[in-house]
Design a protein around this ligand. Structure first.
Ligand code: AVI
Length: 343
């Protein structure tokens, strides 16, 4: 047996806790600082910078996660549909190549796409332990319980943690297949991506596999439409970050005063999302004891979503210590699944 998460391992200490343990389910919760302290520091730093910024991870409270789920079903948002159809087509091939006994997933959310791989693994008669890592304990728990009902021989070791900071929380194991799907890596800067890949490689043993989903460069009209949907859901998602700050830091952002802006920056090969002040204003943030001035038209940069080429992805993987194995794309070349092996 290459992985035994349920036998005799010590419960985490301090802020970390073992939320749940049974024959088939274990959930470890790791929290480094109280959420609002980190939010306060990030908001203070971001809104005092010359180009105001806010980290995109704060989109995802319960409402933001629901809005993101709605985005995934939008006609303009090709990413989820295309990535899922591609995975449906190549899952069996990936399972044959990686032969995993542990399936790790970063940013697992509702584990939507995981089922495709679990089905392929069941068809190949491979029993696995699934290790989802997500910041949302509620979402991880709901997804885990649903999966346990659907897959009677599945074991799950959930990790409630932030994959950018807490990669070292990954339990040891062999024959692992690590999933990072949905092009979530595109929301990291180039530097953060390189750091993330290097940190991931350090956690893996040689011979473990990594499946990375990436959104590819394509005509600008298609890219910009995906982030400016006609139903206005992406705009609501973008403004949700202000709602989070109003609620958790006692701030007074008037959401109607901030306009959603999303465009493709060709030089950086990334979609940029901003919130643009419709008029000059001052916004009080009670929890920070701070008032932030905005000029009319000034923006808060809330997200990047990088769009990749094959060359760029494979170079980044190689530099971090992964050997590219397969590059899967759909006929329209909109999206790619890059399978690589830790060398
Ligand atoms: C989660 N991530 C891959 C999405 C993206 O497309 O970059 C987040 C998103 N932002 C606006 N729409 C979707």
């Amino acid at each position: 047996m290459s992985y035994e998460p349920f036998a005799g391992s010590a419960a985490p200490q301090g802020r970390e806790r073992l939320a749940e343990s049974s024959d088939r389910l274990r959930i470890d919760v790791h929290r480094r600082t109280a959420g609002s302290t980190e939010l306060a520091e990030d908001v203070r730093r971001g809104l005092l910078a010359p180009q105001k910024t806010l980290p995109p991870k704060y989109f995802y409270d319960d409402r933001g996660s629901e809005l993101f789920d709605a985005i995934c079903d939008l006609p303009e948002y090709y990413l989820t549909r295309t990535g899922q159809a591609l995975l449906d087509r190549v899952a069996a091939q990936i399972v044959r190549a990686a032969r995993p006994s542990v399936l790790v997933e970063f940013g697992s959310g509702t584990s939507r796409k995981t089922r495709t791989l679990l089905n392929a693994l069941a068809r190949a008669r491979r029993d696995v332990c699934y290790v989802p890592m997500d910041v949302s304990e509620g979402m991880l728990r709901r997804a885990a319980l649903a999966l346990l009902r659907e897959y009677p021989s599945l074991r799950i070791h959930g990790i409630v943690a932030d994959y950018e900071r807490d990669l070292h929380r990954l339990p040891p194991g062999r024959q692992r297949l690590v999933l990072f799907l949905g092009s979530t890596i595109g929301n990291l800067t180039r530097t953060a991506t390189a750091e993330f890949l290097r940190a991931l490689r350090r956690q893996l043993g040689s011979g473990d596999y990594f499946l990375l989903g990436v959104d590819l460069v394509k005509p600008v009209e298609i890219l910009e439409a995906a982030y400016n949907d006609r139903a206005g859901i992406t705009a609501e998602f973008n403004r949700n970050i202000l709602r989070v700050i109003n609620r958790d830091l006692d701030a007074a952002f008037d959401l109607d005063e901030f306009e959603h802006v999303a465009f493709f920056n060709r030089e950086q090969s990334q979609i940029e999302m901003h919130l643009r002040a419709r008029s000059a204003q001052r916004v009080a943030i009670g929890g920070l004891d701070l008032t932030v001035p905005f000029a009319a038209g000034e923006t808060i940069h809330t997200e990047i979503s990088r769009k990749f080429t094959r060359d760029e992805v494979e170079t980044a993987l190689r530099v971090a210590g992964f050997q590219p194995v397969d590059w899967h794309t759909p006929p329209n070349n909109f999206f790619a699944l890059a399978l690589s092996r830790a060398t």
